[in-house]
Design a protein around this ligand. Structure first.
Ligand code: ATP
Length: 338
């Protein structure tokens, strides 16, 4: 039996295991450090009297799709523009791909791709011309044909960019962000104005970026977009981060109570429900009954047993949990009220 398996320690072993623990910790820290593509500490941005970003901390890791959500005026674009090197921070520490964006050299810019919130079509140029033009700014661009295929614009390659529809134009914006084959892609509301099928196609393109090993920093107002795409989400409201997590855990979503809702047939009243349900159920306008519960199986069992005994149908019975949008609205309205 070794000293370790006996649960006893011997002199020297403590320092050995301490050394090992310290080495492990240092390795984990340096792994986390090298893994961080974006590091933000205490970032502040003031526009005169207005403090648009109020001391935020964030870390984005290599290979993840990170969604940055928040209501209009929350400070998203300000933060993104600081990360892209277009705006100078008032205070705090920002590092993107190991460099301070405001002082970054041209070689750093080649490593990032950007889809701006608004863009102008290049007058007179075809889609292909636009991509060729942008490809010329990079030392090792992705091929124009491959980029066209990625955003499904090959059939529009010879059309003038100014003649594209809004959704096609936005796909060209995404293509321009991808042509440089950068490691880090900023997508600022990339699917605004898309019809539902174009949005789904764009989601496939964005999800594909993860497969290519890219890191994506995405801002969006579409909760479904964040839910489908993001590995992690941060919510900013009034310049402060109010929550961070995965789409499933944001704002304690995974711990939230479920809701069982149903309508009773005509002639049956809520007070006839089994004790334990009748006193907890709430009637919503239109007569729908809603029960918040931490014990879905037990409450459903009790409800369905009761209905079967009376030969009642509960046609519209539903079990739901708060959606990402419910959680988001709660987080951001709480901030407004504070
Ligand atoms: P949206 O979802 O509407 O794009 P946002 O979260 O991107 O909003 P920002 O554009 O970062 O918000 O703006 C944050 C706050 O800073 C807003 O109150 C805005 O009016 C203000 N602001 C932004 N840019 C400037 C500027 N150049 N000068 C003064 N105030 C500004």
């Amino acid at each position: 039996m070794t000293a370790a398996s006996s649960g006893r320690t011997v002199p020297g072993m403590i320092s050995n295991s301490l050394d090992a623990a310290v080495a492990q910790l240092t390795a984990a820290q340096s792994q986390a450090a090298t893994d961080a593509v974006i590091t933000i500490r205490g970032l502040r941005k003031r526009y005169g009297e207005l403090e648009a970003v109020r001391g935020i901390d964030l870390e984005v890791h290599r290979g993840e799709i990170f969604a940055f959500l928040g209501p209009n005026g929350a400070g998203k674009t300000t933060t993104v523009e600081i990360l892209e090197g277009f705006r100078q921070a008032s205070d705090g520490h920002v590092e993107v791909l190991g460099t301070h964006p405001w002082r970054a050299p041209a070689s750093w810019r080649e490593r990032i791709g950007i889809v701006l919130q608004e863009s102008e079509a290049e007058p007179g140029l075809t889609v292909r011309n636009c991509l060729e033009l942008y490809a010329g700014y990079y030392r090792a661009p992705r091929s124009v044909e491959e980029t066209l295929a990625l955003v499904d614009l090959a059939t529009h390659a010879d059309e003038r960019a100014s003649a594209l529809s809004g959704g096609q134009r936005r796909r060209l914006d995404v293509a321009l962000a991808l042509i440089g084959d950068g490691e880090l892609i900023f997508l600022d509301e990339p699917t605004t104005g898309f019809d539902p099928s174009a949005r789904r196609a764009a989601w496939e393109v964005i999800a594909g970026l993860r497969e290519l090993g890219k890191t994506v920093f995405l801002t969006t107002h579409y909760m479904e977009e964040a839910e489908r795409l993001a590995d992690r989400i941060a919510v900013i409201a009034a310049g402060e981060i109010v929550a961070e997590g995965t789409p499933k855990t944001l704002g304690g979503r995974q711990l939230a109570e479920a809701q069982i809702s149903f309508t009773l047939p005509l002639g049956t009243a809520a007070r006839e429900l089994p004790t334990g349900l009748s006193d907890r159920v709430h009637e919503h306008p239109g007569g729908r009954l809603v029960l918040s519960t931490a014990s879905v199986a037990a409450d459903l069992h009790s409800l369905s047993g009761w209905a079967l005994d009376r030969r009642l149908e509960l046609d519209d019975l539903e079990v739901s949990r708060p959606t990402l949008e419910d959680v988001y609205l709660q987080l951001t309205s709480a901030k407004k009220g504070s």
